[in-house]
Design a protein around this ligand. Structure first.
Ligand SMILES: Cc1cc2nc3c(=O)[nH]c(=O)nc-3n(C[C@H](O)[C@H](O)[C@H](O)COP(=O)(O)OP(=O)(O)OC[C@H]3O[C@@H](n4cnc5c(N)ncnc54)[C@H](O)[C@@H]3O)c2cc1C
Length: 391
C-alpha cells in the first residue's frame, strides 16, 4: 500500500512532523523509519536541551516564540496521549557576554529586534551583570545580553517521547529499520527502499535524518551542505561554585549552565572544528583542561577546584552555508521535504518546524509561520541567511 508520507529519521524532527501531520490530517498514512530507536547517537538524546530567544535571524526568534509556549505548556498543547506531564522547564535565562565594545552595539540592536518579536532580552553593562551575578568576573566585559524569561532548559527526551506517543495515538507508525535509498521517477520520489521491506511506495518523503541527511540527498543525486560536527560535553563538579540560579552563560570560547544538584554542564567549539565521520563519537577530552578550564576560572573564580565527573559526545548536523536550518520541499524534487542543518539549535525548533513542514505538505505552503527564509531555495541559490548566535 502507498504511504502518504515516509519520514526518514525518528528523532525529535521526524517525531514532531509525524505528530503534526496526523493531528492536522487524521487518517493520513505516516510511516516513520528509524534505524536506532534507542537513540544512543541521535542528537536529540545528546542535546544540552536549552531554549532561547536570542538569535540574530528574526525568523529564528519567531520560531522560539512558538517553542517557549509549547515547551512551557507541553501537556496542555500536545494533549494527554503524549503521556508526558511536564518538560520541567528551568527558566534561568541565557547570558551572552562580550568583551568587545563593537559587539555591545550589535547586542543592543539584536535585543531591540528580539523585544519587538515579544522576547524579553535586555543588554546590561558590566556593573549590572555583576550586580545580578556577583560570582562572575566582569572586569573585561563590554556588555551582557540576557533573557530573564522565556529562556532556559528542559527535558529533551520528554519532548521526543511526547511527540512519539501522541503521533502513535493519532495513527502514525514508527518502525525500526534503515532506509537505504529512494526511487525517483519523473522529478518525484516515488518510493523509499527500506531494509527488510524493499521498495515502499509513497506520495511524499521527509528527510529528517539528522547528521545523515546529506547521505539521503546523495541517493537522489543532490548535494546538501550539512555535515556532522563533533561536540564533547563535560559535566563538572565545582564545590566552590554553587549557583543554582545561574543562567546559561555564553562566553568567548565556552558555554556553561547548571545541571541537577550542584553540577554544571560545559562545552566549547574546537579550534580545528570541521566535519567528522558520522560514526565518530570519540571524546576530545583535552578540551576541558586545555581550552575551557582557564577561561572558566577567569570568568568565575569560584571554579578554582573542578572535577570532570562525566562527559558525552554528540554531533551537530551543521549547515556549512549559514548555520541555519534548511526546510521545506527541494526545488529539484518537489515531494522531498527537508528538516535539516539545525547546527546545534534544533531541539527547540522542532515544535514550530514540525508544524510548518506538516502544513507545507498538507496545504502546499507555509501557513502559521512563514519559514521561507529557511527554505531550500536559499541553499540552491547560494544565498546565506547567516545566524550569528551559534553556540
Ligand atoms: C551536544 C549537543 C548540544 C545541543 N544543544 C542544543 C540545545 O541546547 N538546544 C537546542 O535546541 N538544540 C541543541 N542541539 C541540537 C539538537 O539536539 C538537534 O538539532 C536536534 O536534536 C536534531 O533532531 P533530529 O531529529 O534532526 O536529529 P537526530 O536526533 O539525530 O535524529 C535523526 C535520526 O535519524 C535516524 N536516521 C538517520 N539516517 C537514517 C536512515 N537512513 N534510516 C533510518 N533512520 C535514520 C538516526 O538514527 C537518528 O535517530 C544540540 C546538539 C548536540 C549534539
Amino acid at each position: 500500500m502507498t504511504e502518504d508520507v515516509i519520514i526518514i529519521g525518528g528523532g525529535v524532527m521526524g517525531a514532531s512532523a509525524a505528530y503534526w501531520l496526523t493531528r492536522m490530517s487524521p487518517g493520513l498514512r505516516v510511516l516513520v523509519v528509524e534505524r536506532d530507536p534507542t537513540y544512543q547517537r541521535a542528537a536529540t538524546a545528546l542535546s544540552v536541551a536549552s531554549v532561547r530567544q536570542q538569535f540574530s535571524a528574526a525568523v529564528n526568534v519567531k520560531i522560539s516564540r512558538f517553542a517557549i509556549d509549547f515547551i512551557r505548556n507541553f501537556a496542555e498543547r500536545i494533549g494527554p496521549t503524549a503521556e508526558v506531564a511536564s518538560l520541567g522547564l528551568k527558566e534561568n535565562g541565557y547570558l551572552f557576554l562580550t568583551t568587545r565594545p563593537d559587539q555591545a552595539a550589535l547586542m543592543r540592536e539584536l535585543a531591540a529586534m528580539q523585544r519587538a518579536a515579544g522576547a524579553a532580552t535586555e543588554v546590561w553593562t558590566a556593573a549590572q551583570t555583576r550586580a545580578r551575578y556577583p560570582w562572575l568576573n566582569t572586569d573585561d566585559i563590554a556588555a551582557g545580553s540576557i533573557g530573564l524569561r522565556d529562556e532556559g532548559w528542559f527535558d529533551n527526551m520528554g519532548l521526543l517521547q511526547g511527540f512519539r506517543n501522541a503521533a502513535r495515538a493519532q495513527g502514525a507508525r514508527f518502525i525500526k529499520a534503515e532506509a537505504t535509498g529512494v526511487q525517483v521517477t519523473g522529478g518525484r520520489v516515488t518510493g523509499v527502499q527500506i531494509e527488510g521491506r524493499g521498495l515502499v511506495p509513497c506520495a511524499a518523503v521527509i528527510n529528517a535524518a539528522g547528521t545523515r541527511a546529506a547521505q539521503v540527498m546523495a541517493w537522489a543525486g543532490l548535494p546538501h551542505p550539512v555535515e556532522p560536527r563533533k561536540r564533547t560535553v563535560f559535566v563538572i563538579d565545582a564545590p566552590n561554585a554553587r549557583h543554582p540560579d545561574a543562567p546559561l552563560l555564553i562566553d568567548h570560547g565556552f558555554y556553561l549552565r547548571p545541571e541537577g544538584q550542584g553540577q554544571w554542564i560545559t562545552a566549547t567549539v574546537p579550534q580545528d572544528d570541521g566535519p567528522c565521520d558520522v560514526n565518530d563519537f570519540e571524546p576530545d577530552l583535552h578540551l576541558f583542561e586545555e581550552v575551557i578550564w582557564e577561561q572558566l576560572y577567569h570568568r568565575a573564580p569560584g571554579f578554582d577546584a573542578v572535577k570532570v565527573v562525566r562527559h558525552w559526545v554528540g554531533q551537530y548536523d551543521y549547515c556549512t552555508l549559514d548555520q541555519n536550518a534548511i526546510l521545506g520541499p527541494h526545488p529539484a524534487l518537489a515531494n522531498l521535504y527537508l528538516m535539516s542543518g539545525f547546527s546545534g539549535h534544533g531541539l527547540q525548533q522542532s515544535p514550530a518546524v514540525g508544524r510548518g513542514i506538516a502544513e507545507h505538505i498538507l496545504h502546499g505552503g507555509w501557513q502559521s509561520l512563514d519559514l521561507s527564509e529557511l527554505s531550500v531555495d536559499r541553499v540552491v541559490q547560494g544565498k546565506p541567511l547567516l545566524e550569528l548566535a551559534v553556540v
